[in-house]
Design a protein around this ligand. Structure first.
Ligand code: GLY
Ligand code: MN
Ligand code: MN
Length: 462
């Protein structure tokens, strides 16, 4: 846990920004897998964690903005519970550690909210992403469940996003702890990616590394020789010489900040000539994008720059033709790079995505571009000091997409489909790092994880 003052200062600022009414923040509950006592590993809601620091299930908090009071709601364990769970710290004591003076049993929450609502006071809550919390809010506030999302408080969403977007030095320290776990996971994976090894052996080893270091993975790892499937969840392929494996994985720090790193590994140690060429193009696009990040730069322009670098590189190897800027303007790059360049990262890997992507990555003036590829860009607005963003360009040869667009002769002024055809089994390359926007530019966070062709080959052939 951070020092008490961190949490009290965060809540003070939140009260000031929301200005009036009552703020209701719900922590996550236990989430059963197949029967009530067999639960998924507990993951606290990130906003609750941000303002209250308490990493236990079934808590709720009310902040009365007008009166300046705060109360945590939860139930202490009974003797019966202790038999199964062991002794737990009483809520009153936990509350004191995060600077909250008042606590109450869960059942009092409904009464407190009813009182506020009868007096016509605004009750601000966030849009829930878990059905149990959606139903709880509906019950607490007397709304039909289907109305809950639209009744969520825009004022509260905007206040939370503004605050969580700018990371403090102590938060950066946590992200770098997560990245030190990523270093271990990525380098172990490079050494393990040998012919005959099954992908799941590597995915399992990475989960084991995180667990042995006392932390968890931040998301289901992508470890696949079919890296052309952007979020490939399967780990059952046997790797063979000549394959390339995309390893997109991340860990959570002890205080649950994420890392999110991708490396692409030549199975057996050496990239082929073609793989070197495509890898070098992605590498150049990533380095160019990182170099362009500084306060005030719009991330959509960094995305565009990366797309142009990708297309320029693909032209060198004969896959694209014509002017790269014009090709990107037309959208031709999306045959190879179908997604966005990156996203904010913090307590969530895709930070605050549950609050609404557009609140996080867009503004009134900078609206989402609905075109294919651009529509998946999670972050477009100008970056500011303290923002942490991922930069993750890639080149993906997706046979289904190639077939479809070739048949339609789509963008054929910019794409050499005959040449593309010879790459249809290539797979994909992605390179991803986590970047802090500083006062003057940017910094790649964490220990340097092998990334150049020489560095990756050295470990992969070790
Ligand atoms: N790991 C998913 C992503 O890179 O956004
Ligand atoms: Mn990733
Ligand atoms: Mn990412």
């Amino acid at each position: 846990m951070f020092p008490t003052e961190t949490y009290t200062a965060r809540r003070r600022r939140l009260r000031k920004q929301v200005a009036s009414g009552v703020i209701l923040l719900l922590g996550n509950g236990p989430s059963p897998v197949n029967y009530p006592d067999n639960c998924y590993p507990f993951r606290q809601d990130s906003t609750f964690l941000y303002f209250f620091g308490l990493d236990e299930p079934a808590l709720a908090a009310v902040i009365d903005v007008d009166e300046g009071t705060e109360c945590l709601f939860g139930d202490d364990v009974t003797v019966d519970d202790v038999i199964w769970t062991g002794p737990q710290t009483p809520l009153r004591e936990e509350a004191r550690r995060v600077g909250v003076a008042q606590t109450a049993p869960s059942q009092d929450l409904a009464f407190v909210l009813e009182k506020a609502s009868k007096r016509g006071r605004a009750i601000h809550f966030l849009p829930p992403y878990r059905p149990d919390l959606l139903l709880w809010i509906a019950e607490l506030l007397g709304f039909p469940p289907e109305a809950v999302d639209e009744l969520a408080s825009e004022t509260l969403i905007r206040a939370v996003v503004a605050q969580r977007s700018v990371k403090s030095p102590e938060e950066i320290e946590q992200i770098e702890l997560a990245l030190s776990v990523s270093y271990q996971m990525q380098t172990a994976a490079m050494k393990m990616a040998k012919p005959g090894v099954v992908e799941r052996e590597v995915a399992g080893a990475m989960a084991g590394i995180a667990m042995a270091l006392g932390v968890r993975l931040a998301f289901e790892p992508i470890f696949s020789i079919h890296g052309e499937t952007l979020h490939n969840p399967f780990h059952n392929n046997v790797m063979k010489a000549g394959d390339i494996a995309v390893n997109d994985s991340g860990a959570e720090s002890p205080l649950r900040y994420a890392s999110d790193v991708t490396r692409t590994i030549p199975v057996g140690g050496q990239f082929t000539q073609r793989q070197r060429e495509i890898y070098s193009i992605v590498f150049d696009a990533q380095e160019s994008a990182i170099a362009a990040i500084r306060p005030g730069v719009e991330f959509r322009d960094v995305h565009r720059l990366a797309c142009v670098r990708l297309v320029a590189g693909l032209k060198e190897v004969g896959l694209t033709k014509g002017d790269p800027e014009e090709a990107v303007e037309a959208g031709a790059h999306t045959l190879f790079f179908q997604c966005g360049l990156g996203h904010m990262m913090g307590l969530d890997v895709h930070d605050m995505e549950g609050l609404g992507e557009d609140y996080v990555g867009y503004t009134e003036a900078i609206r989402r571009n609905p075109a294919f590829g651009w529509s998946s860009l999670r972050l477009a607005k100008a970056v500011e000091p303290g923002h942490v963003v991922t930069v993750e360009p890639g080149i993906y040869f997706i046979p289904t997409l190639i077939d479809r667009w070739k048949a339609e002769q789509k963008y054929d002024a910019f794409i050499d489909y005959a040449k593309v055809e010879t790459y249809r089994d290539f797979g994909g390359v992605r390179i991803e790092d986590d970047i802090l926007v500083t006062d003057t530019g940017s910094r790649v966070l964490g220990p340097p994880i092998p990334k150049t062709i020489a560095e990756v080959e050295a470990l992969a052939s070790a």
